[in-house]
Design a protein around this ligand. Sequence first.
Ligand SMILES: [Fe+2]
Length: 386
Amino acid sequence: MSFEINTPPVLRFSAGSVDSIGELLTSIGAARPLVVTDSFLVSTGVADRVADAARAAGLDAAVFGETIPDPTTDSLEAGLAAIRAHSADSIVALGGGSPIDTAKALSVLAVRGGHMRELKAPYRFVGEALPVIAVPTTAGTGSEVTQFTIITDSETNEKMLCAGPGYLPRAAVIDFELTVSMPPRLTADTGIDALTHAIEAYVSKKANPVSDTYALAAITRIGRFLRTAFHDGADRTAREEMMIAATLAGMAFSNASVALVHGMSRPLGAHFHIAHGMANAMLFPEITAFSVEHAVERYATCARTLGVAEASDTDAVAADALVTELRALAAELEVPTPATRGIDRAAWDELVPLMAQQALASGSPANNPRVPTAEQVEQLYAAIYA
Ligand SMILES: [Fe+2]
C-alpha cells in the first residue's frame, strides 16, 4: 500500500475565528494580504470585516471583490491586476467555491505566470504560489482544504480541473457562523456537494485508509444534520456539524479524488450555468444507481454510515437503500431536474455528446467503481433530463 496525504498545515475550527485572521497571516509572514472575494460578501460587510481584522494586526490589507461564479480564465486577469496593484504577498480567499478557486488559481499564476490552460489535469502543479488562507462561507465545496481548482477555459467553455499540492492553502479558517445566513437553496446545494465529495472519495479507485476515515466521518455528520440545516438554518449545531463535514469531505476527495458525478456535473456548470452543488444533486442518484453493483460493499458502508441501512442488512439491500435515500434527499431538498430548471430539451440533447466527451476527458470518471463508455455517459445525461 502506498499513498500520500496532503492538507493545509493549519485548520482553525472556531466560531468567530475569522476575526483572528491577522495573527494567522502574521504567522505565515504576510504583510500585504489581498482579500479575494465576491461582490455579495463585499455588500454584506464580511470582506471588510476580514480586511479590518488583518489591519488590526498591523497588516496592509486590500479587497478584490470581483470574482465571478464559475471563474473563467478571462476573469483571472482582473484579479492578477489587483495583486500587482497592491503588491500583495498573500491572499485571503473568502467565499464559496468560486472565490476560493479563483484565489488559488491567482496564487499560482501570480508567481508562475503563464495560462491556466497549461496547468489542466493530468498536469500536476507542485511549484511555488503566494500563500493563501482560505475562509469558506458555505459548507460544501471543501475548496479550503483541496489541492484542486476548477477554472473554465474562456475559449472552449470547458471546466478545467487543475490539480497539485501547489494549490493547497497555507491555512483554513473554518468559522461556521459565516454559514448561518445561507438560504435553504444554497444550504441544500452545497450540502449535497459535500455528501457527493465524501461518497465519491469513499468509492473512488484512489481511496486510501486515511481518506476513507475523513469520508466516513463526513457522511455520518451529513446524515444527521443536512436536513436540519436545510429546514432550520438557525440551528447552530447543524450548521457547525455541516461545516466540519464539508471540510472533512474536502480532505477526503482531495486525497482520493472525485469520480463520475463530478466528471459529469462540471459540463452542466460550464454550458448551462447550473450551480456546482445543484448539478451534482441532479446527477447523484442516477449515477449511484448506475455504479452501485461494481462496489456493493463500499456503497453499503456509505448507506449504513449515513444512517439509512442497518448493520444486519445485506450489502445489496444497503446499497439499494443508498440510491433510495439519494432520491428522497433530492426530493426533500427540492432539487430540480434540467427540465424543471427550464433548460430547453433540444439544447440539452444537442450538447450531450460534447458534455460526455468533456466529462470523460476530465479524468474523474476513470476513478468511478464502474467506468462508463461515452455512450453510457450520454445515456445518463438523457436519463436525468426529465
Ligand atoms: Fe464538488
